[in-house]
Design a protein around this ligand. Structure first.
Ligand code: SF4
Ligand code: SF4
Ligand code: SF4
Length: 263
C-alpha cells in the first residue's frame, strides 16, 4: 500500500509540478502502513488509528484550513471547471479508480464521516438491512443538480459557496448519520442508505483486487463472521456476487473473529 501511494505521490508531484502531492499522498501511504504494521502486531485499534490519522488530516487540514471542498459537491465543482486538482484527484484515487485495487478501503480507513460514526455504540447492526438504499441516488442527483444550477445561473464566487457547502454538508452528514445510527441501532446506517459516494464506490469495488476470501476447507459454517460484520457481507461466499459484497469496508472484524482462521 505504501508503494502504491508513493507511486501516486511521485507521479503527481512531477506531472503537476506541485510538491503538495508528494506530501499529501506520502502522508496517507505512511498512515496506512502504520495501520498495517499495528494490525500485524495484533493491536486491536489499528484501523481506528489510520482512520483518525487520515480522516482528521482531510477534514481539518484539507477541508477547513486549505478550504478545499472534498465532498461530492467539490468533486462536481472542480470537474465542471475542468480543473484536475485536489478534489478531483482525491476522487479519482480514493473513490473511482483506487477501489479497483483496494475496494472500499476508503470507507474503512479514511472517511471522516465514518471516523465519527464508528465511535457510536452500534458496531454491528442489530436489525436486518432496510430496503431504502435508493436514497443514496437521490442525494447523489441532488448534489449534481445543486452544483450544475450554480453554474447555469452564473452565480459569482462559487469557490466561497463550495467552502460553506463543505461546512454545512458535513454538519448535515454528521447529524443525519448519528440520528440514523441510533434509530436503526447501526453505526453504519448512513453508509448503507444515504451516502452518495457509494454510487461510485459500489460498482468499482465489485472488481476489487484486494478482497476477503474464505478457505472452505477450514470453515465450519459457524456464522460468526457475518454476525460481527458491520456491513452484512456474506464473506463465506467467495464469488463477486456475494450478498452485500460491494459493501465490504475491509475492516477485518471477520478475519479477527473467525475461530478457524478461515478468512
Ligand atoms: S459509505 Fe460514505 S460515509 Fe460511509 S465510510 Fe464510505 S464514504 Fe464515508
Ligand atoms: S467465522 Fe470462520 S469458520 Fe465461522 S463461518 Fe465464518 S469463515 Fe467459517
Ligand atoms: S467484517 Fe469482513 S466482510 Fe464485513 S466489512 Fe469487515 S472485512 Fe468486510
Amino acid at each position: 500500500m505504501l508503494a502504491i501511494f508513493e507511486a501516486v505521490a511521485i507521479t503527481l508531484w512531477l506531472t503537476k509540478d506541485n510538491i503538495f502531492y508528494l506530501f499529501n499522498f506520502s502522508y496517507i501511504g505512511v498512515s496506512i502502513a502504520i495501520g498495517v504494521f499495528l494490525f500485524i502486531k495484533n493491536y486491536k485499534h489499528a484501523r481506528r488509528v489510520v482512520q483518525l490519522l487520515v480522516g482528521l488530516y482531510m477534514l481539518v487540514y484539507l477541508g477547513l484550513i486549505s478550504q478545499e471542498n472534498m465532498q461530492i459537491e467539490g468533486f462536481w465543482y472542480y470537474l465542471f471547471t475542468g480543473v484536475f486538482e485536489a478534489a478531483t484527484i482525491h476522487y479519482a484515487v480514493a473513490k473511482i479508480f483506487g477501489p479497483l485495487i483496494f475496494g472500499r478501503g476508503w470507507c474503512g480507513y479514511a472517511c471522516w464521516t465514518a471516523m465519527v460514526l464508528d465511535f457510536l455504540p452500534y458496531k454491528t447492526p442489530a436489525q436486518p438491512r432496510k430496503a431504502i438504499g435508493w436514497i443514496r441516488y437521490i442525494v447523489f442527483a441532488a448534489s449534481l443538480i445543486f452544483v450544475a444550477a450554480l453554474f447555469l445561473a452564473k452565480v459569482g464566487n462559487i469557490e466561497r459557496i463550495m467552502f460553506w457547502a463543505f461546512i454545512i454538508g458535513n454538519v448535515l452528514y454528521y447529524a443525519v448519520g448519528i440520528i440514523l445510527a441510533f434509530a436503526f441501532k447501526d453505526n453504519r446506517a448512513f453508509c448503507k442508505y444515504i451516502c452518495p459516494i457509494t454510487v461510485f464506490l459500489k460498482p468499482m469495488s465489485y472488481f476489487a483486487l484486494i478482497r476477503i476470501k474464505c478457505d472452505k476447507s477450514k470453515c465450519i459454517s459457524c456464522g460468526k463472521c457475518k454476525r460481527v460484520c458491520p456491513m452484512d457481507v456474506d464473506v463465506t461466499d467467495n464469488s463477486r456476487k456475494r450478498e452485500n459484497g460491494t459493501e465490504c469496508i475491509l475492516c477485518m472484524e471477520c478475519t479477527k473473529n473467525c475461530p478457524k482462521k478461515a478468512l
